[in-house]
Ligand binder design. Sequence first.
Ligand SMILES: NC(=O)c1ccc[n+]([C@@H]2O[C@H](COP(=O)([O-])OP(=O)(O)OC[C@H]3O[C@@H](n4cnc5c(N)ncnc54)[C@H](OP(=O)(O)O)[C@@H]3O)[C@@H](O)[C@H]2O)c1
Length: 277
Amino acid sequence: MNVLVIGGGNMGMTYAEAIGKSNFLNTGNLMVYDKSEKKLAELRASGLFEVHEYLSTCLPKADVVLIAVKPVHAAGLMAEMKPMLSAGQLFVSIMAGVTIDTIKQGLGVSKVVRAMPNLPALVGLGMTSFTASEHVSRLELAAIERLLDTTGRSIKLPTESKIDASTGISGSGPAYIFYFMQALMDAALKMGFQEEDARLLVGQTFAGAVELFNSSDLSPEDWMAKVASKGGTTRAALDSMDDNNVNALIQEAAYAAFRRAEELGAQTKGKEEGAHA
Ligand SMILES: NC(=O)c1ccc[n+]([C@@H]2O[C@H](COP(=O)([O-])OP(=O)(O)OC[C@H]3O[C@@H](n4cnc5c(N)ncnc54)[C@H](OP(=O)(O)O)[C@@H]3O)[C@@H](O)[C@H]2O)c1
């Protein structure tokens, strides 16, 4: 199988390096194309894949094409790709808010997987949700899952609406965790800790709690009950959060991201349809 990654930016490079380092493909079967001169030089230094500066030298050879450019560049790129495509090629898009229909129409193809990764993919701990058009076979899906899993773990979802929902949980989620971390760092600094010590206290606390959570089937509530005892310090903090409705506010934030993902998808689709009208 020949895989082409289009767009060697943060995410494209992450995928290309992860796939290149895995045993999934040989170096000769992995290609990266980018149009930025500066990016091409960086990509060539990696040595894990073939680097192409022209679509015409790589796109016709590809069985799977991973599209990792910004959504704003999607329409122009797809117009450029369309005359060079051949039957049977499969397209995986990680472009936020760009729907499967938009890609099917833009490229005139039927096999499309839409995936939503998240930032920890950079360190191999990504969470990617994905869904596929009906023409993608089970065998092809299994191969795509292996490809996505080179950056962490993945989950196949039944609909694109669920991809938008997962954007509100795992896609945008790392930022909510950083928000919570920042709040705890701010509290630590106010309590008089040096920045370096605050970083250690907060970072190691998150890492430990996450490790505990992932190492058992206990729910977050079960773990809270293990830390908090009646009349104790943790109970005081949790009661304060409950009194201030923090749980409901975090849920509302996740829904805000979900709604925004739906809005962005509708906008991109509207623009594409306008361009083809
Ligand atoms: N970053 C995340 O956490 C995250 C999470 C989920 C999904 N995503 C999605 O991942 C995609 C990539 O994001 P990113 O942060 O990696 O973007 P990025 O760093 O800007 O990378 C995109 C790369 O594609 C190049 N490019 C643009 N148009 C092109 C074209 N027509 N042909 C070939 N290359 C082209 C860009 O070059 P120029 O710089 O010259 O334009 C750039 O090198 C986005 O669609 C985003 O929605 C990102």
